[in-house]
Design a protein around this ligand. Structure first.
Ligand code: NDP
Ligand code: 2IT
Length: 459
């Protein structure tokens, strides 16, 4: 990653902010990466308002979380052994609404990852046009191989502390990697028990029997494909008839695959952290759902049902899936999955578009390389915003004490995604960026956040 002195910046104020940021957060590479991508791409807006922003220390305030909570999570496994994990909630920016963002349970979780995700969430949530601020949380707990009882005990211990800091008008967590419907259920139960109140809107991604929204499970993946279709359409390309590969096989990947297939796309491959499966007839998504959502198994088990498919184990730095040629690349697993070397392979294989289902799946070097080589790039904070947008729809339904049908929620999701793409496109055109939707998304979101922050004074 380039440090700020190696970047070709025109704004002295921006350079000073980035230099200070690097000094203060030297041991947080993912956070620095996320902030640099945003601040450097909004430079045209900064230049137009340089004196005003500087006087208000707007950027310095934007990059400093309003609050970071870090806590001990002790729990007892099925053998009676005690474990201690670290829990986090980063309440990054509440200018637009209650903090909103998912919880990630994965052994890689640390403060840098929490802060990068919280920072991205501010911009993503602004693009949804819903009244939600940005936050993120999670733990370095590894759910893999844990029994249902252990998962429940961990969630209960995690909520014992988290409940002090959240509320339907304060901070509303949801799922992310390692946190799905099962975990949200245990978290909600413990919140309700401790607080003795039925505050349905305190968490989203709930089950349908206790305040969840239809189509929330599908929303991130479906939304990604609605955005992709709009982006291709704006560039005179039809989505139908294209081929795709999807990294990951979790919540986002599964429903991106389902919607892609409904749109006439042939999905050739999917993956997990161990390796990828290739099915020349197109992935059978029901088989993946059974392996991942029901059995919580590994993707290579696909071969037990479809013996003609091929499985390739990951070795080395480049995930096996990205060596497969396809028109549309959908990284839906984790951050920094696609580095420059991988991006070069993707471009040489003739890909036309990359849609970021995951948060920050491409390194900044990979993003620049795609744009330079005219690969259309749908940035995560816009393209995967359908999940949190539908979480906001879940909050609305909870407040009204009613629920919409699947079709109603799906229609609202579709129109939100079309609106998000249009915001990216308008900013891209206004600043003459040449189909750079990464910069377009950052500029559109920043303008809204800056306006709300400035209106609320120096806080
Ligand atoms: P899940 O836990 O359902 O699935 C995660 C998938 O990514 C699994 O296939 C997992 O494989 C793979 N994966 C996770 N970590 C790694 C890693 N370090 N290396 C390789 N593969 C990995 O999570 P989601 O589908 O919910 O989330 C996927 C991405 O989408 C994340 O970046 C998340 O932040 C983002 N996102 C999620 C939203 C949501 O609503 N859920 C909304 C917007 C963005 P394995 O099982 O082998 O670990
Ligand atoms: O990254 C994300 O946007 C999410 N994990 C979903 C957050 C939410 O509050 O639904």
């Amino acid at each position: 990653m380039k440090n700020c002195c190696e970047m070709d910046l025109k704004s002295q104020y921006l350079e000073d902010v980035l230099t200070n940021l690097e000094e203060k957060n030297a041991n947080e590479p993912e956070f620095l990466q996320a902030v640099k991508e945003v601040l450097t791409t909004i430079e045209p807006v900064i230049i137009k308002n340089e004196e005003k922003f500087k006087k208000l220390s707007l950027l310095e305030r934007l990059v400093e979380p309003e609050r970071i909570i870090s806590f001990r999570v002790p729990w007892i496994d099925d053998e009676g052994k005690i474990h201690v994990n670290r829990g986090y909630r980063v309440q990054f920016n509440g200018a637009i609404g209650p903090y909103k963002g998912g919880l990630r349970f994965h052994p890689s979780v640390n403060q840098s990852i929490m802060k990068f995700l919280g920072f991205e969430q501010i911009f993503k949530n602004a693009l949804t046009t819903r009244p939600i601020g940005g936050g993120k949380g999670g733990s370095d707990f590894d759910p893999k191989g844990k029994s249902d009882m252990e998962i429940m005990k961990f969630c209960q211990s995690f909520m014992n502390e988290l409940q002090k800091h959240i509320g339907q008008d304060v901070d509303v967590p949801a799922g992310d990697i390692g946190v799905g419907g099962r975990e949200i259920g245990y978290l909600f139960g413990q919140y309700r028990k401790i607080r003795n109140t039925y505050e349905a809107g305190v968490l989203t991604g709930k089950g349908l029997s206790y305040g969840g929204s239809l189509a929330r499970t599908e929303a991130t993946g479906y939304g990604l494909m609605y955005f992709m279709r709009e982006m291709l359409k704006a560039n005179n390309i039809t989505v139908s008839g294209k081929t795709a590969i999807i990294s990951g096989s979790g919540n986002v990947a599964i429903y991106a695959c389902e919607k892609a297939q409904q749109m006439g796309v042939k999905v050739l491959a999917m993956s997990d952290s161990s390796g990828c499966i290739y099915d020349e007839n197109g992935i059978n998504i029901n088989v993946i759902k059974e392996i991942k959502e029901v059995k919580r198994g590994r993707i290579k088990e696909y071969l037990n049902i479809v013996p003609k498919a091929k499985y390739t184990e990951n070795t080395g730095d480049i995930p096996a899936i990205y060596k497969i040629k396809a028109d549309i690349i959908l990284p839906c697993a984790t951050q920094n999955d696609i580095n420059l070397e991988t991006a070069e392979i993707i471009v040489s294989n003739g890909a036309i578009a990359v849609g970021e289902g995951a948060n920050m799946p491409c390194t900044n070097e990979a993003v620049e390389f795609f744009i330079r080589n005219n690969v259309l790039l749908a940035p995560g904070k816009a393209a995967n915003a359908g999940g949190v947008a539908t979480s906001a729809l879940e909050m609305s339904q909870n407040s009204m004490r009613m629920s919409w049908t699947f079709e109603e929620v799906d229609k609202k999701l579709e129109s939100i995604m079309i609106n998000i793409f249009n915001q990216c496109k308008h900013a891209d055109e206004e600043y003459n960026l040449g189909a750079n939707y990464v910069a377009g998304a950052n500029i559109a979101a920043f303008k809204k956040i800056a306006e709300a922050m400035i209106a609320q004074g120096i806080i």
